[in-house]
Design a protein around this ligand. Structure first.
Ligand SMILES: Nc1ncnc2c1ncn2[C@@H]1O[C@H](COP(=O)(O)OP(=O)(O)OP(=O)(O)O)[C@@H](O)[C@H]1O
Length: 464
């Protein structure tokens, strides 16, 4: 099959002549008698992911000028090779057509050969362009991209992080990971475990800020039956669960001082004593800790023990914030688009230059997690095959007005705007809490509201 062609021309005879000529040459040809019908057909084909390979577009049609049509519908025509046709062809029109994305220009009247040769040239050009793009992509992957576990990056700062993490994976030493919320601390920890010789043993992840202080000791080290009211059976602690593997202590800065002392002892002796037990148990656990706080400052304030701080700081990895490495943004966008296309069955394959400009200018207080959420939202809201500014959150899109659109899968009940806004607010809070594993400090940060405001909204919507 030579390809699929759309002929847009108001002259009936011209449409028929081209159609029979091209069908004889093996093309599948369709026709449109006006510019607007042509645009609709091209748009529909694009949405079905079956764009026309070629579009023959007349420059002079009643009421429309083919060049403006091309200019205004660049996105719709972007995946087709457009050839302009005109009886009034001048060099100027030809140049202008090509500047607006047309592949070439042909003057009417033309001989059948001229059209078919031009189409062959267009096909060759497209094949070369695709091959070039493919090669560039391949080279890009070899030269510029770095991977660690399922993390991607391009910046020198992240390259250093991956090198350190790979080294850390080789030895069972304690690793301390610093970095803002959503920079990828947990992913690094999981990667270190996965690439280590403990990979087939458990990785136990603990959010130190998520366990009530009174339960902490028994959660960490286990308890004996009868050790306290409610201890109706012997329970293994998280350290024992991680035996042979790795324990990831997230938000270690939230650990109360009393637990810090106990943790230090465990790290020094490599043994735990369950609550209510007289005997200790040997454990072989690699510890990876992480914090988004400045632990040194916590030490200076007396909120974090200095001896534990030094015990943990054997090998430190500091994750740069996303705004310090904007060169990673396009790559991460690509990574998340692929991820969400797979998950949602969508086909959003890129980010338009204007949307990318906005993403590059953003501060990203929630770092990579925030970017990931923005991309997921855009995939849900996008109409075409690219992320455009109107599918970005208003705070990022700035002045760009947002299109009337469905908020993802959120379907409000009834018509009350007030009720709908409350439902959406509740849903977003629940989603943020789920995303952060119930961590309210992080949830308030990604929701971009204050911590007290989050607490009062949670109370209002009875979210526990
Ligand atoms: N370099 C990266 N490549 C791909 N995905 C990444 C990268 N960095 C972070 N992510 C993604 O961003 C999200 C946040 O990462 P992660 O949970 O590891 O961050 P964190 O620093 O532990 O966050 P928090 O401090 O809130 O616990 C995850 O969904 C993760 O998959």
């Amino acid at each position: 099959m030579a390809g699929k062609i759309l002929i847009i021309d108001d002259e009936k005879n011209m449409r028929h002549m081209l159609m029979s000529l091209l069908e004889k040459e093996g093309y599948t040809a369709e026709t449109a008698a006006s510019g607007s019908t042509g645009v609709k057909m091209a748009d529909r084909a694009l949405k079905q992911d079956a764009p026309y390979d070629f579009i023959l577009l007349d420059v002079k049609m009643p009421g429309v000028d083919g060049i403006s049509l091309l200019q205004e519908n660049r996105g719709i025509f972007s995946r087709s090779m457009v050839i302009m046709m005109s009886a009034y062809g001048t060099i100027d029109t030809a140049v202008s057509a090509m500047r607006h994305g047309a592949f070439d220009f042909i003057s009417k009247p033309f001989k059948p050969d001229e059209v078919t040769l031009l189409l062959e040239r267009a096909a060759e050009h497209r094949a070369l362009k695709n091959e070039n793009l493919y090669l560039k992509n391949q080279l890009g992957q070899i030269e510029e991209r770095f991977h660690f576990s399922n993390m991607v990056a391009k910046s020198d700062a992240m390259k250093e992080v991956f090198i350190l993490a790979k080294k850390a994976a080789r030895y069972a030493i304690t690793v301390m990971i610093f970095g803002g919320s959503g920079t990828g601390k947990e992913l690094i920890a999981r990667g270190i475990h996965k690439e280590s010789d403990r990979a087939d043993k458990p990785l136990v992840a603990v959010n130190c800020g998520g366990i009530p202080e009174t339960l902490m000791e028994s959660e960490f080290f286990g308890h004996k039956k009868g050790a306290f009211t409610g201890a109706t059976y012997d329970k293994k602690g998280l350290f024992e669960e991680a035996h042979g593997g790795t324990i990831f202590l997230d938000e270690i800065g939230e650990l109360p001082i009393s637990m810090q002392v106990k943790l230090l002892r465990v790290l020094q002796e490599s043994e735990v004593r369950p609550v209510g037990d007289v005997r200790t148990r040997k454990i072989d656990v690699r510890v990876i800790a992480a914090t988004s706080r400045n632990l040194k400052e916590e030490v200076d304030k007396g909120a974090f023990r200095e001896d534990l701080y030094f015990r943990l700081n054997v090998l430190t990895i500091t994750l740069p914030s996303l705004s310090e490495r904007p060169e990673d943004i396009p790559l991460l966008c690509d990574h998340f688009l692929k991820k969400f296309n797979r998950k949602l069955g969508s086909r959003v394959t890129g980010v338009s230059p204007s949307a990318m400009k906005l993403l590059l200018e953003c501060d990203w207080p929630g770092n990579v997690r925030e970017l990931e959420n923005v991309i997921e939202r855009s995939v849900v809201l996008s109409d075409g095959d690219r992320v455009e500014p109107d599918s970005l959150p208003p705070a990022i899109a700035g002045k760009t007005p947002r299109k009337e659109n469905n908020e993802g899968s959120f379907t409000p009940e009834g018509f009350s705007l007030k009720v709908a806004m409350r439902q959406l607010e509740k849903m977003m809070i629940q989603r943020a809490l789920q995303e952060t594993g119930g961590n309210r400090t992080h949830a308030s940060r990604i929701l971009e509201i204050s911590h007290p405001s989050l607490l009062s909204k949670m109370k209002m919507y009875s979210i526990t």
